[in-house]
Design a protein around this ligand. Sequence first.
Ligand code: GAL
Length: 559
Amino acid sequence: MPPWRSYPLALIVSTMPSQWKLLKALVSLAFPCVVAALNNGVGVKPAMGWNPYNAFACSTTEAMYHTQAQSVVSLGLLAVGYQYINLDCGWQATSRDSAGKFQWSNKTLPAGVPALATFVHNLGLKFGVYTDLGVFACDTVGGTAHFIGSLGHETSDVASYASWGADYVKVDNCFAVNSTDFVDFDPPISIKDHFTTMRDALAAAGRPILFSACEWGVQDPARWPGGSVANSWRISNDIGPPNTWDNIFRIMNQVVPITGFAAPGGFNDLDMLEVGNSGLTTAEQQTHFAFWAATKSPLIISTDLTKASTQTLNILKNTRIISLNQDALGKSIAFKRRYTNDHDIWSGPLSDGSTVALVINWQSSSRSLTFNLADVGFSSATATDLITGTSLGKVTTSITQTVSAHGSMVLKLTNGIAAPTPTFTFYPAASGTLAGGATTRAVNSSITVVGFVGNGGTLTLSNVDGGASGGTKLLSFDYINGDVTFSNTACSNCRNTLVSVNGGTGVQVQMPISAQSWDILLSGYLVSLPGFKAGKTNTITLSNPSAFTPDFYRVGVAV
Ligand code: GAL
């Protein structure tokens, strides 16, 4: 749990005010993927820069800001695109001046913000300020620091930042409700309203300022839509501390339903990078970086650059991976397939007509991993390994490589030939046999799902066609899982289902969230399972002895 959270993180947001849900249901029906862009002339591509928080929390001094900014230039990071040097918590004073103007802490920044902005600008970099839309700002001492918040002072504060030379503002969300509620993941107010107030203040500032909204994913910002409010919006609780692979997994699952919302000018923010910080192996850092780049997250380095190793710099300065992030199309990779506890496949389009594919090794050991091209829709393609730059030439059917524990393949695929697409026969969940508490739920006039599967509840589909010869079949699940979490769980932002064919041992399948609410389907989650018999003689049973599964709409079987 991040130390700055004094709020009980076990309180998980799974519900929202009903009017929010209704609005979201209507929006998602009318515009399955609303992509709006803030037309403020900046942030057209994901922001790249440096912020101290993951390395120094709220204890960054003026001298440290100077040194790190100089390092961004001297280490060649500016040359590959990292241009913003951003303040984070600890720079603010705890009271305004007599005219109500925002003040910096003279202890932290004795020469003042304008001088720091000038220092940064003189290095050829851009300068970012950090503030908070609440009564006070965030801190790492349980909300007791009482740094100034901007609530009610948005216009005047933004005018101050603009006059000091700010090119970027990160806007945090502590004390959003009142002066005592430090961190609230389920606030009884519209968080969007706070952020639109800030957007409008920024539009009036007379200086192009990139708007980075830091609302931790509260109230599903991608669907506000965030693109009409800010240049990026945080999709999740903080990446750390502690810096762990579990946090990467939690955030990856949380972006599954919203990858389609990334577009030029407005991006999902998966939080600042942990590359260079202890806690992740080099391979994990590489996977983290490539995933953030390909989802079009801002790439904000947050490590002590004076201690950056060659490995750290090799990851951060890989221009092939950076090009994925800065690609003009601005589209994110999307979740394609999970081989539970084995590997994930994600892919997406690039502006030159090619496809990028990420294959993530979930196993905690280095091993041979086979990536089936059909999982991204191809039977053959020309492939380049973007981590090393090695051309793999024309590949047919699959690519096998040795991949480190939690490492990944990052491949650019060109000249792809389409693979045949499977045809599914669908079995509605509501027509199955429900037992042990499983029950139907009407989501809307056309969709009824089966919920309360797991914890004793089971759903069994019968008379499932195993085709002429049975054997292994490809299954396609349409489900709803709104079990979003802000802290790590056994399956963070996912739920486990055990799928049993003809009474055989249940196979564990990890299903990521389909939305942050219980009314939006994830369609086409694929699993291959053995044990089918020929003909319409099979049963499929969904269960989980110790937790709830998603709610199921239907299961398709390709014969
Ligand atoms: C959090 C924010 C972090 C960092 C921290 C400072 O709310 O998500 O990125 O700014 O506050 O305390």
